[in-house]
Design a protein around this ligand. Structure first.
Ligand SMILES: *Cc1c(COP(=O)(O)O)cnc(C)c1O
Length: 402
């Protein structure tokens, strides 16, 4: 079995799986079984007590899901990983693990809409408070840490403003206070950024996005650096809250991972071309892309990411009406939330992914009504630019006169 010395391109395809131990099957076997049989009562007892390794029941662990977990642990340079039924199941499992009533979560200011809603719920129902910070300087981070802070939660690049957070900086301050850092690495995938290597304690992914890459799975992964802590999560907030991944979804994600490097290279190549096109367009106010060399964030991207990724946002001249009119004119680019698929997707954060965030908080995150987010797909970039161009042409008159 391949471990971590090989290049990521190779690990994506081979790590965590040994065909010799699986009937020589090139493709990992799909164990579609809810439960597993014991040879004897004593063996059952040993499996439950942990004295003997082996499967018991698929909510506790499943061999196909386990292959994915092994592979993701290697790719993200952690000690172990746990798969979940959705990205949000992974986010909630780690936050429930790290907090008790009375604790405080320090979060980056912009976060995924449902993570924002989860933080609100934790505060209302369980009195676990949170504050948002830009986390842009050591002073700012120090100032935002409280006596009861038990978790620093970071998204970078931030959805949908593509704001960057310097992970090395956050980790160095967090370590001084002994506070675990959780990074949502969905936008980068393990191919472009490895927060655990920089010193973060947990990485979460919505595997629904780049890890799948084909828009056919909802899934989540949590990777950690401390085996014992991860075992606790497996035995508590995963087992008892129960947001587990199905074996078939794990199998699809293993298949998706095999092409992650090839896909990401092309996503980035296309996004760079589209960002350059949008940047010079007179109907575009501003672009938000970590690959924009003029952006103040560019050095952070260079420091912690292999490449700037395939997601970009932009503001269109006008407001909500112009943004919606533009989307409605697109023919090739699909109107849909989610990201990381082969198809290029466009969405309107203010009324879609971040509609749950109250207006003032949304504006605080920098999400305006004229902002659109593009998940650049794998189509030919010239065809995508043609589609954007014809949509701009169609709405041009409205914007100029209105
Ligand atoms: C999609 C997404 C999530 C939630 O993942 P699901 O798989 O939809 O539950 C969390 N964080 C980010 C950054 C996302 O894009």
């Amino acid at each position: 079995m391949l471990t971590r010395e090989k290049h990521i391109d190779t690990l994506l395809i081979h790590s965590g799986y040994d065909s010799r131990q699986n009937q020589d099957s090139l493709s990992p076997p799909l164990y579609h079984s809810s439960t597993f049989t014991f040879e004897s009562a004593e063996q059952g007892e040993k499996r439950f007590s942990g004295e003997e390794d082996g499967s018991i029941y698929s909510r506790l662990g499943n061999p196909t899901v386990h292959i994915l977990e092994e592979r993701m642990a290697i790719l993200e340079k952690g000690t172990s990983a746990l798969a979940f039924g959705s990205g949000m199941a992974a986010v909630s499992a780690v936050l429930f693990h790290l907090t008790n009533t009375g604790d405080h979560i320090l979060s980056s200011r912009g976060i995924y809409g449902c993570t924002f809603a989860l933080l609100e719920m934790l505060e209302e129902k369980y009195h676990i408070e949170h504050t948002f910070s830009s986390l842009h300087s050591a002073d700012e981070i120090e100032g935002a840490i409280k006596e009861n802070t038990t978790c620093i939660y970071v998204e970078t690049p931030i959805n949908p403003t593509m704001d960057m957070i310097d992970l090395e900086l956050v980790v160095s301050v967090a370590k001084r206070h002994g506070i675990p850092v959780v990074v949502d690495n969905t936008f980068s995938s393990p191919y472009l950024q490895n927060p655990l290597e920089i010193g973060a304690d947990y990485v979460v992914h919505s595997a629904t996005k780049y890890i799948s890459g084909h828009g056919d799975v909802i899934g989540g992964i949590l990777i950690g650096t401390n085996k014992e802590e991860m075992e606790t999560i497996r035995a508590t907030t995963r087992k008892d809250i129960g947001g587990i991944m199905s074996p078939f979804d794990a199998w699809l994600l293993l298949r998706g991972l095999k092409t992650l490097h090839v896909r990401m290279e092309r996503h980035v190549e296309n996004a760079i071309k589209i960002a350059a096109y949008l940047k010079q367009h007179p109907l575009v106010e501003k672009i938000y892309y970590p690959g924009d060399e003029e952006s103040s964030q560019y050095p952070i991207m260079q420091k912690q990411m292999k490449a700037p990724g395939g997601i970009l946002s932009f503001t269109i001249r006008g407001g909500k009406n112009e943004a919606q009119a533009f989307m409605n004119q697109l023919k090739l680019i699909k109107i849909a939330v989610s990201l990381g698929d082969a198809e290029t997707l466009i969405q309107h954060p203010a009324t879609m992914t971040h509609a749950v965030v109250p207006l003032d908080a949304r504006l605080n995150m920098g999400i305006t009504e004229n902002m659109l987010r593009l998940s650049v797909g794998l189509e030919n970039p010239d065809d995508l630019i043609d589609d954007l161009e014809q949509a701009f042409s169609s709405i041009k008159k409205e914007i100029v006169t209105g």
